[in-house]
Design a protein around this ligand. Structure first.
Ligand SMILES: NC(=O)c1ccc[n+]([C@@H]2O[C@H](COP(=O)([O-])OP(=O)(O)OC[C@H]3O[C@@H](n4cnc5c(N)ncnc54)[C@H](OP(=O)(O)O)[C@@H]3O)[C@@H](O)[C@H]2O)c1
Length: 334
């Protein structure tokens, strides 16, 4: 029988600006067998995340960069097809850092089991996965919204942002989303129940914030940074909280990241700005998953997945995150 092949995308070089197909090398390697403590997983869905752009940089961060020649890091779900690890059996469905490849072979550090009968697999990468947990803990733990307050979220129609806004609504807040394009803004208001939406591609964000947030902004959950962060800084309410979840507008910069020019608004409003990284909340995920599952079952929370297909299309699929072509949590079906 011919040896089975594992297709992989390895990091070929550190991109300057927007990554492209040449950032990666596509290779086909023979598939090995698990050694002691290892498992072999057939990857089914990979999570495509803006953070992957940061992992390509040779810079200190909350996880080490991907090395040149290493398989590009990606979270995903897949099925165990061989195991020499007593914690995982053949047939288990697992969630972990599977990498951009057809099969994962190695020690399942940080992997956990999910039940494919309880929810469609992509949901374990969106509302019930790292994305949903980012929204849940970032908003509730760091943003600390109170009923009646105004919550603004950027990249609001995206995976994290759309969940943030819905949780804020569940908690009784007035919610305004900032997103690119009329269709995304319509979706926020008509399908997710946001109170207001700002189309940053077609309107003046500062003027629109004045219209949508007459009493100021109590919580800003920021996924974008740059001009949008600066605009929201001018509309803070006293004691406002800004959650720095991400800054996607800055990830492909060729020059230094642009910092917030209007930060003195924090002083004037006795406000605070705090970063959050979801991995700090791993031990509390069961709490988040319990609430999110309940809200999904009650119909209070909607999760939208955008499924791209085919490992071979990985480089182009990833770029949808930076052009805004994705609508919902972007996953790649293998
Ligand atoms: N801190 C953490 O632990 C953590 C964990 C997960 C994710 N994050 C961060 O959360 C943010 C959202 O991630 P996600 O996975 O939910 O992705 P996503 O929002 O589903 O997709 C990214 C969206 O960002 C918007 N965007 C791209 N370039 C932009 C620009 N230059 N200016 C304004 N908007 C831009 C696009 O929406 P439009 O069409 O609206 O432009 C795009 O759809 C990212 O910043 C990510 O790094 C942080």
């Amino acid at each position: 029988m011919p040896a089975q092949i594992n297709r992989q995308f390895q990091l070929a070089k550190r991109p300057v600006g927007v990554p492209d197909r040449d950032t990666f090398s596509y290779v086909e390697v023979p598939l090995g067998e698990p050694g002691p403590g290892q498992i072999l997983v057939k990857n089914q869905y990979l999570s495509l995340d803006p953070a992957m752009r940061g992992w390509m940089n040779d810079a200190r961060s909350y996880v080490p960069p991907v090395g040149i020649g290493q398989v590009m890091r990606a979270l995903g779900v897949g099925q165990v097809i061989a195991s020499q690890n007593p914690q995982f059996a053949v047939g288990d469905t697992v969630n972990g850092a599977l990498g951009v490849q057809d099969y994962f072979l190695g020690e399942p550090a940080g992997f956990y089991k999910v039940d494919p009968k309880r929810a469609p697999l992509p949901l374990y990468l969106s509302a019930l996965g790292m994305t949903g947990m980012t929204a849940y803990f970032g908003l509730l733990d760091v943003g600390q919204p109170k009923a009646g307050e105004t919550v603004v979220v950027s990249a609001a129609a995206g995976a994290v942002g759309s969940v943030v806004g819905q949780i804020a609504r569940i908690k009784g807040c007035r919610v305004v989303g900032i997103a690119g394009g009329a269709e995304k803004c319509r979706y926020l208001k008509e399908e997710l129940g946001f109170d207001g939406a700002i189309d940053y591609k077609n309107e003046d964000v500062q003027a629109a914030l004045k219209r949508e947030c007459p009493k100021g902004v109590d919580v800003f959950f920021d996924n974008v940074g740059g001009d949008i962060l600066d605009a929201v800084l001018t509309r803070l309410a006293p004691k406002a909280r800004i959650v720095i979840c991400g800054a996607i507008s800055q990830y492909n910069n060729k020059e230094a990241v642009r910092g917030p020019a209007n930060y003195l608004s924090l002083l004037v409003n006795r406000a605070r700005m705090e970063g959050m990284v979801v991995i700090d909340y791993t031990s509390r995920f069961p709490e988040g998953i319990r609430d999110m599952s309940g809200w999904l079952a009650e119909g209070k929370l909607k999760s939208k997945e955008d499924v791209a297909e085919g490992l071979e299309n990985f480089p182009e699929a990833l770029l949808k995150l930076f052009s805004g072509e994705n609508f919902g949590k972007l996953v790649l079906k293998i």
